[in-house]
Design a protein around this ligand. Structure first.
Ligand code: BT5
Length: 278
């Protein structure tokens, strides 16, 4: 398969002319280069940005992952953006669902493109078991009240948009490698915004959890969940209504993984040996 040399095809004017899409893109802040779109979105909220404000950058130099990790992207080959959301009172209680929103919306788009994408709990997107997109959701709270949500999305679009697998916690892939053809960054962004708008409006519906569950990676498989220093092993049973991940331990007990600040991976190789030693 041959790929064309990277050409930056994202056209600010085209994107602007199509916005807003439902709730998404009420205002567009388009940058050539930024440290982190999430950090910029946070700043914009303090400056009065509205619900649905969208921050896009061609090049992100200090991308943030979860738990202080880094997100690496390459200008012209990756999509990096953040949305500012101000959930109404029906949605503020749905923190874990809001965390999954980005992954569910991306999976929906990729499946429409013909790619079998899945959600790796809580909010990564996998294709053929490899990570194609990461989502970083940050809340702005007043006491226990959720005021704002910053939904940051990073997607590997072209080959070479991610670091070599030996430098990653988890193997990666790009959409074009999975699809075998070139896709335009601006049309991908617009498709994802459309999907985000649809799923944002369904975030409190049963369909949301059903879709999350249906597209959950490793259903019925053994996984390891790293939660701080704690390592939990079990078979993935599904997602509860409140977004909690349910595992079944090896004595048949049900284990609820409530904290979203956890990392999950399939149980294999060394983990299996470790298991046998216990
Ligand atoms: C995530 O964190 O996957 C969330 C990434 C969110 C990035 C977006 S880009 C727009 C917005 N602005 C920001 O500053 N951030 C958001 P986590 O689950 O913690 O995964 C991070 C880990 O993924 C790193 O430790 C690496 O091992 C790996 N990684 C880094 N870059 C990657 C890439 N391009 N593809 C696949 N894996 C990557």
């Amino acid at each position: 398969m041959r790929f064309h040399p990277w050409v930056w095809t994202m056209d600010e004017k085209v994107i602007r002319s199509k916005l807003p899409i439902g709730d998404m893109g009420a205002e567009l802040y388009f940058h050539e280069e930024l440290g982190s779109t999430n950090v910029e979105a946070n700043r914009l909220i303090d400056d009065g940005a509205p619900h649905g404000a969208l921050v896009v950058t061609k090049s992100q130099t200090a991308g943030k992952g979860r738990l202080d990790r880094q997100w690496i992207s390459i200008s012209g080959a990756s999509l990096t953006f953040s949305l500012v959301l101000q959930p109404d009172h029906t949605k503020t209680a749905l923190w874990s669902r809001l965390n999954a929103l980005g992954a569910i919306a991306i999976v929906d788009v990729l499946q429409r493109y013909g790619i079998k994408a899945q959600v790796k709990w809580p909010n990564d997107v996998l294709v053929n078991g490899d990570k194609v997109a990461g989502v970083l959701v940050e809340g702005k709270w007043s006491g226990s009240e959720l005021k704002w949500v910053i939904l940051g999305i990073g997607i590997n679009v072209r080959p070479g948009s991610y670091p070599p697998n030996n430098l990653l916690d988890y193997p990666a892939i790009s959409i074009e490698e999975a699809l075998g053809q070139r896709i335009e960054l601006d049309s991908l962004l617009l498709d994802i915004l459309k999907s985000l708008s649809r799923w944002y409006n369904q975030v409190d519906a049963d369909l949301f959890i059903e879709t999350w569950q249906k597209n959950l990676a490793f259903l019925g498989k053994n996984v390891v969940v790293q939660k701080g220093d704690e390592r939990i092993i079990g078979v993935v049973k599904g997602i509860r209504d409140d977004g909690v991940l349910c595992l079944q331990g090896n004595r048949g007990e049900l284990i609820a993984i409530e904290t979203l600040d956890s990392s999950l991976r399939p149980l294999e190789g060394e983990d299996l040996l470790d298991e046998e030693r216990h």
